[in-house]
Design a protein around this ligand. Structure first.
Ligand code: 5AD
Ligand code: SF4
Length: 460
């Protein structure tokens, strides 16, 4: 008779810092550990394995991780040392040795392209043999080693299609933490997308550090018929849009240098592609853009955004900005303000320049005073806030399709996402969770919209 070995149940706590790519990676690490008996917990103190998935993009993000590690170390002592502490993500990649030195309670460290080795490393820790630091850079090997099937709940999901960056903006750590640009093959992406849809996902956000640089291996069928060896993002999007049950597609984050015409036109002719476009510009000054090694001018940026609006007039535009980059004078900053004024964004993310050791800008002359950075950030944020509020208020009275993603804050309320990625809440019964519904927007604030459900116009 065959005897089944029962896998003992264990608890896993994951804390994620930084971008959506890290959110995706955390989900995949959770999926990887499920067959080993790990169930998720929201409470770090009761976990057998605590995993911090870290961000290195700005100094503050890194410091947050060290302070969290201090707290987790005391939990580990209270557990009698039974807890395992793992640090993953971009800080792990950039300063793995340093983490182990600064916080000896950490059991293992693994970079963003090596996390498929997590089960093997946990085994090494328990046997007390072998390396506790893995920072290899084999992105495709990672995807091959991850479980083919996803495990998700809810109607929205992330799907990583491209990783890494070869652009080397002078302020940025990503080329060092995430490695060179790599695109996953189309067939793999389609398989993952279908699997997500099969589990009830209706909106997929394609992820990549330079997502519009995507150039993945064409499906075997297409290559055989001479339809090209590699596909770009627009072709991939059009292909995915044909998956039945997949109502919405999004992608983040793009770079102005990789903006292809067909990706712009896809926004006009592919209904599943949502009218939201995030294109970081960082600065409105040509002098600063050159010092940042962005490889485009403010005019290039205007041209792209203008074309995008021509193809899809209602599109919501979003961007990232850095203030106080070395050498930024008041007049350069004014050019950023002017760019914002001209384009009119639905959302803007703005940051004070943060020195990242090892990047070229860290050693540039003309570092800007902290107080000046702070004051510029406030002015830029005030302008972006006004634009965001104006964009939201312009939606009042419109009927929008909303994908219901969860319960609202108040009893009897649900909340969801508009095509423009706005949070929308409205009174509705729980059984409409996960549905795509038409609502009429009744009021708007900076951060969300209130709406009324249009029962007879439910579209799915
Ligand atoms: N300092 C401040 N902001 C930065 N970003 C990237 N590197 C830095 C840095 N050194 C911002 C950019 C990027 C976003 C993800 O983070 O705006 O688009
Ligand atoms: Fe942070 Fe950038 Fe790494 Fe994302 S890719 S986790 S934002 S450093």
């Amino acid at each position: 008779m065959m005897t089944m070995t029962k896998i003992p149940k264990k608890k896993l706590f994951i804390k994620t810092y930084g971008c959506q790519m890290n959110v995706y990676d955390s989900e995949r690490m959770g999926e990887l550990l499920r067959p080993l008996g790990y169930d998720m917990t929201e409470r770090a103190h009761e976990a057998d394995l605590v995993l911090l998935n870290t961000c290195h993009i700005r100094e503050k993000a890194t410091e947050k991780m060290y302070s969290e590690l201090g707290k987790i170390k005391s939990m580990k002592s209270q557990s009698g040392g039974k807890m395992t502490i793992a640090v993953a993500g971009c800080v792990a990649q950039a300063e793995g040795e340093e983490i182990m030195r600064r916080q000896p309670a950490v059991d293992l460290v693994l970079g963003p392209q090596a996390y498929h080795k997590l089960p093997e490393m946990i085994a090494r820790v328990s046997r007390k043999v072998g390396d506790r630091l893995e920072t290899d850079f084999d992105t495709l090997e990672k995807f091959d080693a991850l479980p083919k099937k996803r495990h998700v709940t809810g109607p929205t999901a992330f799907l990583s299609i491209q990783e890494g960056c070869d652009k080397f903006c002078t302020f940025c750590v990503v080329p060092y933490t995430r490695g060179a640009e790599i695109s996953r093959p189309v067939d793999d992406i389609v398989f993952e997308a279908r699997n997500l849809v099969h589990q009830g996902v209706r909106e997929i956000t394609l992820l990549g550090q330079n997502v519009n640089a995507y150039h993945g291996k064409a499906p075997a069928m297409a290559a055989a018929t001479g339809a090209g060896e590699e596909w770009g993002l627009a072709r991939l999007v059009r292909h995915l849009a044909r998956i039945e049950g997949l109502d919405r597609l999004r992608f983040i984050t793009s770079h102005p240098r990789d903006m292809q015409e067909d990706l712009i036109t896809a926004h006009g002719d592919t209904p599943a592609l949502m009218p939201f476009f995030h294109l970081p510009v960082q600065s409105g000054s040509d002098k600063i853009l050159a010092a940042m090694n962005r490889g485009h001018t403010r005019e290039d940026y205007f041209r792209i955004m203008q074309k995008m609006r021509t193809c899809r007039p209602d599109i919501a535009l979003a961007s990232d900005f850095i203030v106080g980059f070395p050498g930024e004078r008041e007049r350069d900053f004014q050019e950023t303000m002017d760019l914002v004024d001209t384009v009119k964004f639905a959302v803007g993310y703005s940051f004070k320049y943060s020195i990242r050791p090892g990047t070229p800008a860290a050693n540039m002359f003309g570092q800007v005073d902290e107080a000046v950075k702070h004051e510029r950030l406030l002015r830029l944020q005030a302008l972006l806030k006004d634009q965001q509020e104006a964009f939201n208020k312009a939606c009042i009275g419109r009927t929008l399709p909303v994908l219901v993603t969860g319960k609202g804050k108040l009893a009897g309320q649900l909340h969801g996402r508009s095509p423009y990625l706005q949070a929308v809440h409205f009174d509705a019964p729980d059984h409409l969770m996960g549905r795509l519904l038409n609502v009429e927007i009744t009021s708007a604030t900076l951060s969300s919209l209130s709406a009324q459900l249009l029962y007879d116009e439910a579209i799915a």
